[in-house]
Design a binder for this molecule. Structure first.
Ligand SMILES: Cc1cc2nc3c(=O)[nH]c(=O)nc-3n(C[C@H](O)[C@H](O)[C@H](O)COP(=O)(O)OP(=O)(O)OC[C@H]3O[C@@H](n4cnc5c(N)ncnc54)[C@H](O)[C@@H]3O)c2cc1C
Length: 423
């Protein structure tokens, strides 16, 4: 019987262990924490957005980095198969807005306990608080043994690295797998936080901390530090919800846009970024101007600062008044057409200069990881070391929010587990 080691008892590790075991291997999981799935527990605000139910062909647009590499894995074990696995093992699921799938109970712990139940049934040996230190390899470049804190040296025919990335390190994802991969001669691409809030220069954002805006659009403009201005481009354009914070901006729209943030181009030329916020995306400038004229007509004897209640949340009014440059005490009927049209433009295009990303402790995922060029996409096996496999966030792939990142962990975990047991 083939002996397979899985390093990490997160989403990818548990799925890899299940697949390897179902394919006939004897499986041991090494987990440095005292329990399984610490990160799964905090996913989807504790509800676990376990996958996305859209057609699998639509996944590739949601994966800004590594979509081609994931083709075999995603088609080989897709979202329907993942949903069936949970349902067949007693964890009922429901699909919400945007095809996001959650357990009916709204408890991520039910996803973890279902997986643990399957692992127990399959008699997978899970060694908690047993941190892997390194992986031994033969002179011929084949995996030989796992060296861990508690168990010492244990020999295996295959090893699957499922140690996650660097985000939320408190869950155990501290980049150990990236270190193992590097030590064993793999290329590891630059790692940066992704699905992460932005810090911005404007102080008025901080004044709005705690305010959530629904039904707005943002565009993220990328500007090269040098070169012709025409090289500026919009790298993201989306509609939804955002939030102001004490350092800048966050919320679903902002997190998704951060997937498209690159610090520099391939030659190292730095980019800067501007967020363009449209507070009234349902209205054209002309329609908005007419709407404002109506508001001003209804409040013609009021001061400007007291005329905007129907247009913005109250917390936002002083900020919009200040940014408009119009005297707050001015009677509404004394506001000029030029002032009004400039105000319309401001509402349609409120600009914020991005000064940086928040760090790994606040990032939903890690961008970068073990280079896909060093991994066989049909098996998840390393092209450098025989018998060594990778699955989940440790690989240089990442997706938008919506259940896509967990599906990547399930699909790559399944493929790696099956291949490790069969090859
Ligand atoms: C706050 C938050 C919310 C999220 N919500 C969602 C969501 O709703 N839907 C979604 O699709 N994605 C979500 N994600 C992303 C998703 O959780 C990850 O992409 C996914 O969990 C990655 O799984 P993984 O198994 O590759 O890695 P991880 O879940 O990070 O698991 C790695 C495991 O390996 C262990 N380990 C590491 N090093 C060693 C070692 N040396 N020895 C032994 N064990 C080791 C760790 O302790 C850990 O248990 C969220 C992420 C965060 C941070």
């Amino acid at each position: 019987m083939k002996q397979v080691a899985v390093i990490g008892c997160g989403a990818a590790g548990m799925m890899a262990a299940i697949s390897a075991s179902l394919s006939g291997a004897a499986v041991t999981i090494f987990e440095k924490n005292e329990k399984p799935g610490k990160k799964i527990y905090i996913t989807g605000k504790g509800r676990c957005n376990v996958t996305n139910a859209c057609d699998i062909s639509e996944y590739f647009d949601k994966i800004p980095h590594g979509s081609k590499f994931l083709y075999s894995a995603l088609y080989g074990y897709d979202n329907t198969q993942v949903m069936n696995l949970f349902e067949e093992n007693g964890c009922r699921l429901k699909t919400e807005r945007g095809d996001r799938v959650f357990p009916v109970s709204d408890h991520s712990s039910d996803i973890i306990s279902t997986l643990v139940r399957i692992l127990k049934k399959l008699k997978v040996d899970i060694r908690y608080q047993d941190e892997v230190r390194w992986i031994q390899v033969t002179d011929y470049g084949h995996v030989k043994a796992v060296v861990s804190e508690d168990s010492g040296i244990t020999e295996f025919d295959a090893v699957i690295i499922c140690t996650g990335g660097l985000s939320y390190p408190s869950t155990g994802s501290t980049g150990d797998g990236l270190k193992f991969a590097r030590e064993l001669g793999h290329k590891v691409t630059k790692t940066t936080p992704s699905l992460v809030p932005f810090e911005v220069a404007q102080n008025w954002c901080k004044e709005l901390q705690g305010l959530a805006l629904k039904n707005v659009t943002i565009k993220l403009e990328q500007i090269p530090a040098s070169g012709p201005a025409k090289k500026k481009k919009y790298v993201y354009d989306g509609f939804g919800e955002m939030l102001f914070t004490h350092f800048g901006v966050s919320g679903p729209l902002i997190l998704t846009s951060s997937c498209y943030y690159e610090e520099a181009d391939k030659k190292g030329e730095k980019y800067s970024y501007v967020i363009h916020l449209d507070l009234k995306p349902a209205l054209t400038e002309e329609q908005l101007d007419k709407r404002i004229q109506r508001e001003f007509e209804n409040a013609k004897n009021r001061q400007f600062k007291n005329s905007l209640n129907a247009l913005f949340p109250s917390k936002m009014i002083p900020v919009m008044v200040e940014l408009s440059g119009i005297d707050p005490e001015k009677q509404v009927n004394a506001i000029t057409k030029k002032e009004r049209l400039e105000f319309v433009s401001l509402i349609k295009n409120l600009k914020m200069d991005v000064t940086g990303l928040r760090g790994f402790p606040e990032a939903i995922i890690t961008r970068g990881g073990v280079a896909t060029s060093d991994i066989n996409p049909s098996t998840m096996e390393s092209k450098k070391i025989k018998g060594l496999y990778f699955a989940g966030e440790v690989i240089d792939v990442d997706a938008q929010t919506g259940g896509f990142n967990l599906q990547i962990a399930w699909s790559t975990g399944h493929l790696a587990g099956e291949s490790a047991a069969n090859d």
